[in-house]
Design a protein around this ligand. Sequence first.
Ligand code: ARG
Length: 464
Amino acid sequence: MEKLWGGRFEGSLDEEAASFQDSIGFDKRLFREDIEGSIAHAGMLCKCGILKEEERDLLIGALKELLSDMEQGRTEPDDSYEDIHSFVESTLVKRIGDAGKKLHTGRSRNDQVALDMRMYVRRRALELDSALFSLEEVLARLIRENKDTYMPGFTHLQKAQPVTLSHHMAAYFEMFHRDRLRIRDLYVRLNECPLGAGALAGTTYPLDRQLTSDELGFDRPTANSMDSVSDRDYVIEYISALSIIMMHLSRSCEEIIIWNSNEYSFVTVSDGFSTGSSIMPQKKNPDIAELIRGKTGRVYGDLISMLTTMKGLPLAYDKDMQEDKEALFDADDTAYSCVRMYAGMMDSISFDRDRMRKSCEMGFTNATDAADYLVNKGMPFRDAHKVIGEIVRYCIENAKALSGLTMEEWKGFSDLFSDDIYDCVSIENCVRRRNTGGAPGEEAMERYIISMEEKLKEGRISGH
Ligand code: ARG
């Protein structure tokens, strides 16, 4: 295939070097962005008197036709083209002749690819935000429905104090909501239009950069032409945001795997999100959760790869930057599918409420409350801590829960105990009393749910 840049060359590119440097295999997925950018560029060239109206109409008509051909799968670039930009241009020339050759006036592939990438990240950021919003809705349902599903809260993976499933899930709701805010935030920096920066130093043609920027839904044109073609910060910011999302998904999946284990049995992952073993008939494995945890490393890898690619590049464009695409596509595809899988898994998971409740009792998650009881009756906290510690040891030796001790047994440890200790150590009460802002108590959770509903009301990011 004839190269866009063949004129200066006598010999042709070594065959292996050609396929080494070609990017069509992966950048063809930028076809929408490339064509939409070209349509805006052609329209602007005409308004600025660089293209005749007939030429513009011919170009835009052919670009629109190519877009629909590609969307319908009627036209598909083969590997003989160097990249998506060459493919679009040669197809135009083939279809409409000389007018096709005028499209690239005042443009370089450097600002063109910078534009395509920004538009791609922008579109995918919105799709990801939407998937995250659906995930928030799944968590919100679990939060609303499980205000009295008691479970142990853990530190060091040791039972600590009782919480509720609502409260635990609200922790994740907050994380995923911050993830969405992060996307919204990077979107603002991302949404500037590099088109018109040329190869690196702008162009001598009287282009109207504001016009293409407006046409393509950007907030403004970028401010420096060298920065425009050499900046991939937005890709790095986006993959960072994806990495943080993956980290949150992975932590939750790790818990689901633990809770789904035979020993815990707090949850059962539904058949739709589990798989079996080819040899052990009894097995039902939480593979989807494990894969999400596993794929997290891969997204981190893409982030490190991009940071490393960019760190030594002199201004402005260097071909190294072509490596941005596979890293971006891989991280983006992976995180997007993980968000959807996680939402599906959480939407169909079932919780064993009795077992979770019993686990609070048997894990002495009410021991802090019992110590506070003694403090309220006048004992110094350090002494109370020691007395309750002794009671816990006694309970372990006798396989009892605090709530199962007789009054006589309580009194054996301190005269300060009376009948109201039973109210004090009931798991429901331990939770109910915790009403500081953000705590699991019923009132605090009611207030939390109001704030959560407000966050949900903001809806999805609407974009440009
Ligand atoms: N395929 C190239 C990329 O992805 C397009 C830009 C090529 N520009 C150039 N001067 N070789 O970065």
